[in-house]
Every structure is written in structure tokens, then in C-alpha cells.
Design a protein around this ligand. Structure first.
Ligand code: UD1
Length: 391
């Protein structure tokens, strides 16, 4: 029988650590009956936003790179869609896996759900190339969303729209936490489409933590053995408005008088700080984006983290590092109810107070959420194999 053909889609920085554990598990446990194709949409393309992550996560070069690059939401989404449609028409995989909530996720999900293959001329009911999978009878691949069901409730976030769209059309919804299951049920998703598999980001974290321990990034930055905070900032709602960005930078400047802050900057944030002519204080150290291993090391050793990222809220919870989220809401409430995260908003006083409560929270003890155990990739691989066989 021919192998089950699975396409793994990744487009932007936060996707890479989610596909890596799925790729490893499929290679380690199912290599003889599964063929994996990695499709990189090229939404992120700088070496520090993309290639370094493939290297750190021991992912092979993508089989396909659509090279879409940066553009407006509509244009970027459209470029991914036309490129990915060609890939599906040519490869006709059995399963497409999309992860997370970036524009590439929603774009590839839409294309997959509307694929309508002509039956192959060799259709004999026995499947392609004499296989027994019945692939010729299918008119489109099975669509699987990993990290389904997260909801911030804030439809002004592009990611929330991407989550809603992707979940509404996916055939199988794999979740990282129980509250995501509840969100999906509340939206009317049938129970048999939902599987709680745990968090693949934490698999990547656990597999990479030894490499992070020996990574010399803190020596390079002159912070080995010193107390520091770490801040990442890139949400358009935080960095595209001069007043909001100014308020956040003022909070950081206040905090940095006591503890220096490392700021590995997303290209968007660096550009906005320069364009708005905003000042940063001496205790704030503006850096190029860090690689995955460097970021993990910097997070693990930080006295505290301030962030508007989704993934960083999860990583700090897994590592038990105090985390202050510079947003009004989060789609990852388990990091607050169980983990080390505090929602602080974006006012100067809120951020300063948030830091105190995050520190207190960690001192009192936090938990790592259920199934954030380093084995989500294996559960996802098993779910894919089972769903693909049945498709
Ligand atoms: C995207 C995701 C966001 C995710 C973030 C992680 C969407 C809607 N947003 O936001 O959910 O948290 O990635 O980083 O998909 N740029 C570069 N080099 C790159 C990539 C981007 O310079 O390799 C710059 C470009 O100026 C570009 C801007 O960053 O216009 C925004 O990139 P884009 O991928 O559109 O969105 P992000 O803000 O990165």
C-alpha cells in the first residue's frame, strides 16, 4: 500500500516549533507508512525569523517554499492561497495539517477545504498506484488544525479571525488545553472532531532545553550570571500606535531602573520605534531577534518576562518564569489559571503592578497544565495516522 501522504504547513516564526514535534514523531514512529511534505509559505523569510528556527529545531529544508513574503493581509493571504492550491493539485496529499493562527494557517485551511480534485484517470476504486487507501475516491485532503479552539474573544485581532475561520472548516481539531475543547463545543463542533492532545510547543521546548543550557547567548550579550528581564513586543495593536507603544516603553524604562531588560525586537517593532522617534532608557537593551535556542536560554534564565506573544506565555508557564502579558485579553487562559502568567494590559501602572503580581504568583507556586508533557507530537502523529487511514 502506498504511504499516507501528509503535508505539514508552516509560515511564520511561531509555527515552526509546533510542526517540529509532529515531524519528529512521524519520522520516528511512522516513517514506513507515512510520507511527510513540509510546505513553508514564506510568510516569514528573514534568516533570524525562519531559517535559524529550522536549524535549531532540526527540521529539514522545507520541500516547498511558496516565498510569499510580507504584504497586506489580503495580498499575503491571497498569495499563500494561490501558491498552496498549486501544491495540492500537484501532490494530492491525504492529510493537510495547519498549526496556530497566522495568516498562512487560515489561507491553507481555506484552500484545503475547497479543493475539488477530479478523480484520477487511473481510478479503479483500489486507490492510487495500486494502493488500498481509496485516495482516488476522495476529492480533497483531510484538514487537521493543531492548536484548535483557542479564543481571545477579541475579533479586532487578525489571529482571532484566523482561528475562527480555520476551526470552522477543519475536519479534525486537535487541542492543547481543556478550555479549547469547551470553546469548540460551545460553537457547535461535534465531539468526535475534537481531540485533546496537549501542547506540541512544549515538546520542542523540552527537546531543546539541553542545547539551550549550553548556548552562550548570555555571555555574548554580557548578561551571564546577571539578573535581567526579557521583553518581546510585536502585536500591531501595541506597536503600530505611537501612544500605546510610548506607554509600554515608559513602563519598561521604569522597570529597567531596577533590572535591565533585554528586548529582542521583531522587525516591525524596530521599524515603529524608529519611525515614531521614541526613546528607550539606558537599561533597555535592543537586540536583533534571537534564534529559538537563544530565546529559550534567555527565557529560562530571566528574572521575568514581559510579552505580547502567545507562545511566550506558554513557554514561561512551562518553565515557571514570571510572565506579564501586555494585552487586555489572552486566548491562553490556562497560563493564568495554572501557570505563571498575569494579564496586565498596556498602561504603565498596569504593567508595573502586573510584574509584582507575576512574581508573587511564582513565589506561591504554579503548575504546568495537563498534557504539556513533551509527548504531544506522538499523540498528534497517532491521531493523524488514524484519521488518515479512515479518510
Ligand atoms: C505574524 C502573525 C502573528 C505572529 C507573528 C510572530 C499574522 C496575522 N500574524 O505577525 O500572529 O505572532 O507573525 O512573529 O499572521 N518582517 C520582516 N521579516 C520577516 C517577517 C516579517 O522584516 O521575516 C516584517 C515585515 O516588515 C512585515 C512585518 O514584519 O511587513 C509583519 O510581518 P507579518 O508576517 O505580516 O506579520 P507579523 O507581524 O510578523
Amino acid at each position: 500500500m502506498r504511504p499516507l501522504e501528509i503535508v505539514l504547513v508552516a509560515g511564520a516564526r511561531p509555527n515552526f516549533m509546533k510542526i517540529a514535534p509532529i515531524y519528529w514523531a512521524l519520522r520516528e514512529h511512522a516513517a514506513d507508512h507515512v510520507a511527510v511534505t513540509i510546505v513553508h509559505t514564506g510568510q516569514h523569510y528573514d534568516a533570524r525569523m525562519s531559517d535559524d528556527f529550522f536549524r535549531d529545531l532540526r527540521l529539514p529544508e522545507p520541500d516547498v517554499n511558496l516565498g510569499v513574503g510580507s504584504a497586506s493581509h489580503a495580498e499575503q493571504t491571497a498569495r499563500v492561497m494561490t501558491g498552496f492550491e498549486r501544491v495540492l493539485l500537484e501532490r494530492r496529499p491525504d492529510v493537510v495539517v495547519v498549526v496556530g493562527d497566522v495568516n498562512s494557517t487560515a489561507a491553507c485551511a481555506l484552500v484545503t477545504s475547497k479543493m475539488d480534485w477530479e478523480p484520477r484517470p487511473d481510478a479503479s476504486g483500489a486507490g492510487r498506484a495500486g494502493g488500498g487507501r481509496g485516495a482516488t475516491a476522495r476529492r480533497r485532503p483531510l484538514l487537521v488544525h493543531v492548536e484548535a479552539g483557542l479564543r481571545s474573544g477579541d475579533r479586532a485581532m487578525p489571529e482571532e479571525i484566523n482561528r475562527l475561520v480555520t476551526d470552522a472548516i477543519s475536519d479534525l481539531l486537535l487541542t492543547t488545553c481543556r478550555d479549547a475543547d469547551e470553546n469548540l463545543r460551545r460553537e457547535g463542533v461535534a465531539d468526535d472532531k475534537i481531540r485533546f492532545v496537549g501542547n506540541p510547543m512544549i515538546d520542542s521546548l523540552r527537546r531543546t532545553v539541553a542545547a539551550a543550557d549550553s548556548c552562550p547567548v548570555l555571555e555574548r550579550l554580557g548578561f551571564a550570571g546577571r539578573a535581567y528581564g526579557l521583553c518581546t513586543l510585536h502585536r500591531p495593536s501595541n506597536v503600530d500606535d505611537p501612544a500605546t507603544l510610548g506607554e509600554i516603553l515608559a513602563a519598561l524604562a521604569e522597570i529597567a531602573t531596577a533590572t535591565p531588560i533585554l528586548l529582542p525586537l521583531h522587525p516591525r517593532t524596530r521599524a515603529r520605534i524608529a519611525a515614531f522617534g521614541l526613546a528607550t532608557a539606558p537599561g533597555m537593551h535592543l537586540l536583533e531577534p534571537l534564534s529559538y535556542v537563544e530565546m529559550l536560554k534567555a527565557t529560562k534564565e530571566a528574572a521575568f518576562v514581559l510579552t505580547d506573544s502567545g507562545g511566550v506565555q506558554e513557554e514561561t508557564t512551562a518553565l515557571g518564569v514570571p510572565c506579564v502579558t501586555l494585552r487586555e485579553n489572552t486566548e491562553r487562559p490556562v497560563t493564568i489559571t495554572e501557570g505563571s502568567n498575569v494579564l496586565a494590559g498596556v498602561s504603565r501602572s498596569g504593567i508595573v503592578a502586573g510584574l509584582e503580581s507575576a512574581r508573587r504568583k511564582v513565589a506561591e507556586g504554579t503548575r504546568v497544565p495537563e498534557l504539556w508533557d513533551g509527548h504531544a507530537g506522538e499523540r498528534i502523529a497517532a491521531a493523524l495516522a488514524a484519521a488518515g487511514e479512515g479518510a
